[in-house]
Every structure is written in structure tokens, then in C-alpha cells.
Design a binder for this molecule. Sequence first.
Ligand code: GLN
Ligand code: ZN
Length: 751
Amino acid sequence: MSIEFTATVLGSARIGPNRELKKAVESYWAGTLDAAALESVARTLRENTWRELVAAGLDSVPVNTFSYYDHVLDTAVMLGALPERVQGIGSELDRYFAAARGNETVAPLEMTKWFDTNYHYLVPEISPATTFSLHPEKVLAELEEARALDVPARPVVVGPVTFLLLSKAVGGSAPLLDRLDEILPLYAELLTTLADAGAEWVQIDEPALVADRTQSEIDCAKRAYDFLSAVSTRPAILLASYFGDLGAALPVLASTGIEGLSIDLTVPGTVEHVAVVPALASKHIVAGVVDGRNIWRTDLDRALATLASLMGSAGTLAVSSSCSLLHVPYTLDGETDIVDPLRSWLAFGAEKVAEVTVLARALRDGTESVSSELDQARAALESRRTDPRLHDAAIRARLEAGVSVDRTPAEERRRAQAVRLDLPSLPTTTIGSYPQTTQIRLARAALRTGQIDETEYVSRMQSEIADVVALQEKIGLDVLVHGEPERNDMVQYFAEQLSGFAATSNGWVQSYGSRCVRPPILYGDVSRPKPMTVNWSEYAQSLTGKPVKGMLTGPVTILAWSFVRDDRPLAESAAQIALAIRDETIDLEEAGIRIVQVDEPALRELLPLRSKDTAAYLEWAVRSFKISTSGVSDDTQIHTHLCYSEFGEIIDAIVDLDADVTSIEAARSHMEVLDDLNSVGFDLGVGPGVYDIHSPRVPSVDEITESLRAALKAVPAERLWVNPDCGLKTRGAAEVERSLRNMVQAAAALR
Ligand code: GLN
Ligand code: ZN
């Protein structure tokens, strides 16, 4: 029934090679672009993407991977599952954006991380009142658009099991998989519709099946694919798995009537698992040998060996990226600052597509047909393997000699710090950043383009710092910060100064909606050529008698928001970064800084998808934090900041960090975090955020007092700090001042 294809990718980026979609949707939101013009930008982007994929030689091209905001939200629309509160909103497009971003009257859907990537999806809300219905217009339109251009189009949709597992049950507690039978008929109808519209294959994404799943969840998956494969008129089904190993779900899915299965072969162990599932011998295996979420050039020889080892176990074989190319930048073209040899080690989206086609050609016509490509890949790999920047003997020797991470017991540290800091009870502070004003951004841009020189830039930043210090003194905060005006981003700022990192000029990747990030590339061993933050902190401290907190980003967060080495365990890179941060804390201390905060907002983000891997992760993550923070004397106070209020698996790790003070997001969860911390015996300083910084609303003194009273039920006053939930960089100056005044007043009244 199906025509097997040989070369594909599981999805492509959609924000535009020059962020055209970002600019267009933001103009639409601002009211300066109309819906028709937005639609035309979108159509052009889709067309260009498909044409490039076809021209590169793919014989099956994913469609419906375009999205105005998010593909999970698109799925909710397709299933008629937008929340009740947006139903009344005028046009379909505005309803969609209201669900995504909210408006004056309706709250948006929650947003959360797409598995262990840095992409964030919107969490569909499903209530007992939700009645599902099929709305296939978007996928049909994109299919027709592509077919009209002679594109061998393969529509992609999020699968029913993943959709329900990722959604949130509201107003009812039954597991959402209980609703599977309501949506399966809609998927069945969709399949028939797509077949009628000419689709030969459909890709159904079920990444949720690579995480830990219960037997009953796996049974649901079986039921779903038995049912869908029994639909009489339908395209061939490619069930897509990525980001991990299907484990126990693999033989179960293979036993259903689906025609194809994609396997993420960049994950250790998956090749071996495929070999022991006999049912795969009748399936089309889409082999994800080209890493779709990191930026390294593929080791083509190794990929060919993997493909060869699959030959015996698969019915037929296609070459593919391991996941959608949503997670990597478009192309290396235009990255003029990235030069050889580093450049030769990299492959962004377009280069990955080329690798897929080279591998497919090798399978079809033999390796001789691609010998020059293989030679090039080998040479690049060899130069990477032998580059001295990847083998810094000094750093390795330091780590091998062993770094002591012991600190004096917390109680003794507390006494030493109390003497040196002399703070009132319920000390007030902030998390680090103050509003990033246009002035600040302009100064940074002017420095970049050479309009102003370094001296002028430093003096402008110093005047920002002076303003922020004066403001904090005026408000009456106890522990001050310098405000981070010099930081474009809390990770990029450090990556730009550490050896072993490279930056891209146009390497944008969608983070959520129209928001993009440009992750640094960690390619080498990490060292710190010179102090990174000391001058700024020292300057701020020179302006006030109150303690100014030094402000650093921790190793886990730096790794989580970068493209990382794939030739070394992450733990090793973490230890190297940690050593650089450790040196920075010591330099800050020597410069007279009495408190240093090491932020780890991404500590939870790198948690592995499978719980069997959790302990090992947490061990190196905690150790890297301790390497970073254990080099200072007892009377230097270490703070950390964590950006979430649900701990789950990391609660014990927070105790193990042994930071003197931990500030943590808590306002939205009503201080529940404190009980969680108590339950594991946490007895250090803690600053649960007393107000939510995600909204411009100014919290009243009463409200903050309420929060603090709630906190005091769980934590004795000696351990309690008073601070907002997170940094203030996205807020306006006026609201920040008023909020902090109220916060200081609430703390003073309680003392
Ligand atoms: N110190 C950083 C700031 O205040 C922390 C940001 C974060 O937690 N993401 O901006
Ligand atoms: Zn935060």
C-alpha cells in the first residue's frame, strides 16, 4: 500500500531563516500588519522550506510542522479542545493567539518545556466539559499547498497518546488517557481525510512514549495504534519517536499494524533494542542517525555502520534526522565569524539535511558514490579530535588532582557570616537584574557597531549601576545588587568570556511563540582567561556601605542553555565550567564582595527523561555547584536562585547544594515549597519569592505581609529572606520601585 521513502527529516524550523515569522506575528499583535499579510509571510516561509528540502534531495517532506505559535496548541485546535474562556473571541486567529498569550480578559494556557529541549509548548486544558471535534483545516491546507508545488508531502500531527499525556486535566481528576476513546475516532477520520487528499504517509508523533510509562499507558498506546492501523482508508502510518529510547513500548508498537517507526539512533542503546524486536522486520524504519537537536557534523562512517547494523532487523530503511530540526538554527551560511576548523565541525539545519541525503545515497548507490563527502567528514572529525582547544592539559590536571568541595558546617558559617554582614532579621534583597532599559540596549548595540568605544560603554554601564544602587538605598533594601545592565543574557554573557565557547550571529532557535534564543556553542575545554564580573561588582560595592551580592550563572544553567559537546560526558564540561566559576567567586571575595549568588534556574531542566538516569545526573549537577561555591571562606555567604516552585525529584538535591541562602519562586504556589523543603530537613536560609514578577501588577503591602506570614508558619524568622520571585529585567522601572517599596515596608512591619 505504501511507497517507501529513503530520505527525510522529522520536521523543520518555522520561525524563518531571518526570524521573518517572529517579526510578522509581532507586527500582527501590534496591529501594524493585517491577517492577510501575516498569512502571506507564513505561506512564503512554508514554500521556501519545502522547496529547499526537495532540492536537497529528500523524497518525503514533513508538512504541517509550520505553526504560528506552537504545534501542541495547533493539535488542541485540531481536536476542538481550546479552553472555554477563549471561545467567544472573534476571529479564529485571534482566538488562537488569545489561548497562546492571553489578553486583557483571558489568561493564556500554561507553558512548559517540550521534553528535555529548550522549546516550550502550551499545555492544553481538558475539562469534563470538553467535547472533542475534528478541525483538520490547517493540516489539509498545508497538505494541499505542498502538493500543488509537487512536494512529496507527509503531514505530521501530534499523536493521541502524547496529546493527552501532555495536557492538563482541569475541573476533574481522572487520568486524561481515559479520554482516549473520544479522540481516536477523530484521528481515524483525520487519516481518511488525509488519504482522500492524497497523502501516502502520515507522521504521528508520540515522543511521550520515550519517557517512563506505566503498563496501562503502554496498553493505551497499543490500543490506539491497533485502532488507527485498522482504519480502512488511510495513509501509511509513520509513528515517530524521538529524544529517547522507546524501551518497553517498542515491541508493543511494533506489534500493531503501523507501517513505519522512527527511532532516535543518537540515543545510546536504541540500535541494540531494534535488533531484538522481530516484528520490526516488516516495518519501514526511519533511522534518526543525524542528530536533530545538536549542531555537530555527523560522523558519517559511524552513521553508515549504524544503518548497516539495522539492515537485518528492518523491513526497509530510510535515513532521517533524529527529531525535528526545530531545535537547531537554519544554516551555517552567513555565520562569517565562525571559521575553520570550528566551522568544519558544525552542521546546522540545512547542513543536516545534506547529510541525510548523502547517507541515503550511500545506501542506495554504495559508499563510493559519496566518497568525497565521506572524506570531508572524516577530515573534519579528525581535526576536531586533535584540536588542542579540546584538550587543555592545565584544566584537566586541576580536575584530576581533585577539587575539595567541603565547606565548614553550615551552622559555623552562619555565625561567621552574621558577624561580617550584620543584617537585620528578615533581610530584604532582589534576585539580580533590574529593568533592561532602552538606554542599556542602545549602549550595547552602539558598542557592537563601533559607535562608542569600550571606555564610553563602561562609563554608561557604571552610571546605570550607580542609579540602581542609589534606588536600592533609597528604597531601603538590605542586600544590594548591581542590576546586571551589562548582561545581554545570563548565559551568553559568560559564554562570551570563557574559552571553549563560540557565539553565532544568526543561530536563532525558537524558544516559544515568537521568542527565539541564540544558544552559545560549547566546543572545547573551558577556562576563564580573566575575571568576568569583578569590575562591575566592585564598582557597585564602592558606592555603598551595604553588602552588594556578586552575581554569577551556575554551570548547569550554562550547559542547559548552550549547544554542548557530544564527545565528552556533560558531567566533565560541568566540572570545567564550575572551576571557572569557582575562580570568579574567589576573585569577587578578594575584591571585597561579601555575598556571591550562583544562579541555577535550569537545575531541573536537565533532568533526564527516564528516572533511572536521575541519580547520576543530580550527583554531577550538585557536585558542579559545590565546585563553583566551595572555594570561598566561611564568612562569604553563598546564595543560589532557583526559578520554579515544584521540586519533585530535585528536592533532596537542593539540600545537597548546601547554599547558605536559596531564593526560589514561590508566589504562585502560595509558599508550598517551604513545606516541601521542611519535609527533607532543609535548614538553611531561604527566600521564597513574595510576589510574582511575571506580571506588571504592583503587589500591596498587605498581600506581601500575607505571603510572609504564610512563610513564617513554615520557616523560623532567623532563616527567612524577603525577595521577589525572580529577576526584574523584564519589568518597568516605575512598577519595580513601587513593588519593592511595598516589599521593604512589609518586612519592616513584621520585624
Ligand atoms: N540573576 C538573574 C536575574 O535576576 C536570574 C535570572 C533567572 O533566574 N532566570 O535576572
Ligand atoms: Zn528566576
